[in-house]
Design a binder for this molecule. Structure first.
Ligand code: HSE
Length: 374
C-alpha cells in the first residue's frame, strides 16, 4: 500500500511512526502546511500532488475539521483512491454522500478511528450487526469530559480547575467548546447509530447537552444520592422508532460507567443475540488513534471496505421519557414536572427527552442530567 497522508498533527505523526518498520504500508507523501523534513516521505503543501500521483492507492485523512478535509476526501474517492479517515465530523456530516460515492467508485472507505480512538468500536459494530439486530449503542465517548467529571467527583475540584488540569495535560483544547458542549460526542453517536441501524441519522434531530454548567454543588448533590455524573450518548431503535441524544447522565455509584477514570471511554452495544457488550479503552491520543487508522489500512489491504448498508435518512423522535435533575431556570413548565427537590435542584417526573432539551435551549443558565431509566 502506498499512502498519501493528509495532516501531520497528533494522529498523522502517529500513523507515520507506526508504518516505519513495515514492509506492506508506505507513507509516500505527506500534506503538511508546516516545514517538516521526513527521511522516508516527500512533504508537500499541495494536495494535488497526492491526487495526481498514480502510485498512491490510499489516502489517509488525519487533518480533522470539515473543510478542506471534505473536498480532499471527495476528490480522492472520485480519483479512485481508497480512503481511511479518523475524522468523525466529516463522516457524520457527509455520511449519506461519501458512503454511496465510495461504493459507486468501487473504492474502499473506512473510519474506525473516528469513534473511540484506539477502541475497535466501529469495526466491531459492523461485525455485531451482521448476526443480530442492534437495539442500542452509546456510552462514554469523550475523554475530555470524562477527565473533567472524574476529577470533579474524585478530587472535589470545581469545573474551572478540572478543565484547566485537562488543558495542562493536553486532553482539552484551548477552546474546549466542541468537547464540553457535547458536540464531539454528538458526531460520534450519530456515526455509531448510522452503522448500528443501517441508516443516515438526520443530524438536526439529535440534541446535545454538555457539561460546561456543572458545579461542585451539583456533584455534591449527586454523591449524596449515590450517583456519579457522566456525559452519556444514546442511540436506540425500538419498534422502528429512533432515539438519539447526548446528555449528562447520573450513573449509579458502582456501575461500570461510574468507574471509568480519567480520559477513558466506555462504549456499549445491546444486541438481540449478544445482549449488552461494552468496550473500554483510550478514546484519544496519538498512538491509540493511529493504531485504529493502521487497522483500517490493514483491512483495506485485505480488500475490506466500510461498513453497513445505507438505508436512507431517519429522524430521531426522542419520545422516550426520563427523569431529570434540573438546577436553575425555574418556570411554570418545570414546576409542573417537579416530583422532588435535591437541595437547590429539582427532580422531574418522567418527561420526553425532546421536551427536556427544548426547554433547556430556552434556559441558558440551567444544568440538566438524566437519571437512569427505572
Ligand atoms: N477530543 C476528543 C476526546 C478526542 O476528548 O475524546 C477524540 O475524539
Amino acid at each position: 500500500m502506498n499512502m498519501g497522508l493528509l495532516g501531520f498533527g497528533v494522529v498523522g505523526r502517529g500513523v507515520y511512526d507506526l508504518t516505519a518498520d513495515r514492509d506492506d504500508m508506505f507513507v509516500k507523501k505527506v500534506v503538511c502546511l508546516e516545514d517538516v523534513q521526513l527521511p522516508d516521505a516527500e512533504v508537500t503543501k499541495d494536495f494535488n500532488s497526492i491526487l495526481t500521483d498514480e502510485s498512491i492507492d490510499t489516502v489517509v485523512e488525519a487533518m480533522g475539521g470539515l473543510h478542506p478535509a471534505y473536498e480532499f476526501v471527495r476528490a480522492s474517492i472520485e480519483a479512485g483512491k481508497n480512503v481511511v479517515t479518523s475524522n468523525k465530523a466529516l463522516v457524520a456530516t457527509f455520511y449519506d454522500e461519501l458512503i454511496p460515492l465510495a461504493k459507486e467508485k468501487g473504492v474502499l472507505f473506512r473510519c474506525t478511528a473516528a469513534v473511540g480512538g484506539g477502541i475497535g468500536w466501529l469495526s466491531e459494530l459492523e461485525r455485531a450487526r451482521r448476526i443480530q439486530t442492534l437495539e442500542q449503542v452509546g456510552g462514554i465517548m469523550n475523554g475530555t469530559c470524562n477527565y473533567i467529571l472524574d476529577s470533579m467527583t474524585r478530587l472535589d475540584l470545581g469545573y474551572d480547575e478540572a478543565l484547566s488540569q485537562a488543558q495542562a495535560l493536553g486532553y482539552a483544547e484551548a477552546n474546549p467548546t466542541t468537547d464540553v458542549e457535547g458536540i464531539d460526542t454528538w458526531h460520534k453517536v450519530i456515526l455509531s447509530s448510522n452503522i448500528a441501524f443501517g441508516i443516515s441519522v438526520d443530524t438536526d434531530s439529535v440534541p446535545a447537552a454538555g457539561i460546561s454548567r456543572i458545579t461542585a454543588g451539583d456533584v455534591k448533590n449527586f454523591k449524596e444520592h449515590g450517583y456519579v455524573c457522566k456525559l452519556i450518548s444514546t442511540g436506540m431503535m425500538k419498534d422502528g422508532k429512533l432515539s438519539a441524544f447526548v446528555q449528562p447522565t447520573l450513573c449509579p455509584a458502582g456501575s461500570l460507567e461510574a468507574a471509568v477514570p480519567a480520559n477513558y471511554n466506555l462504549i456499549t452495544l445491546v444486541g438481540s443475540a449478544s445482549g449488552r457488550m461494552s468496550f473500554y479503552g483510550q478514546g484519544a491520543g496519538r498512538y491509540p488513534t493511529a493504531y485504529n487508522v493502521m487497522q483500517d489500512c490493514a483491512d483495506v489491504l485485505a480488500g475490506k471496505g466500510f461498513y453497513s448498508p445505507y438505508g436512507g435518512k431517519v429522524s430521531a423522535e426522542n419520545a422516550v421519557e426520563l427523569r431529570y435533575y434540573v438546577r436553575g431556570g425555574s418556570d411554570a413548565w418545570l414546576d409542573a414536572q417537579t416530583a422532588e427537590h435535591w437541595n437547590d435542584a429539582v427532580i422531574t417526573k418522567p418527561v420526553p427527552v425532546n421536551e427536556m432539551h427544548k426547554w433547556l435551549k430556552a434556559h441558558s443558565d440551567a444544568f440538566i442530567a438524566a437519571l437512569p431509566q427505572e
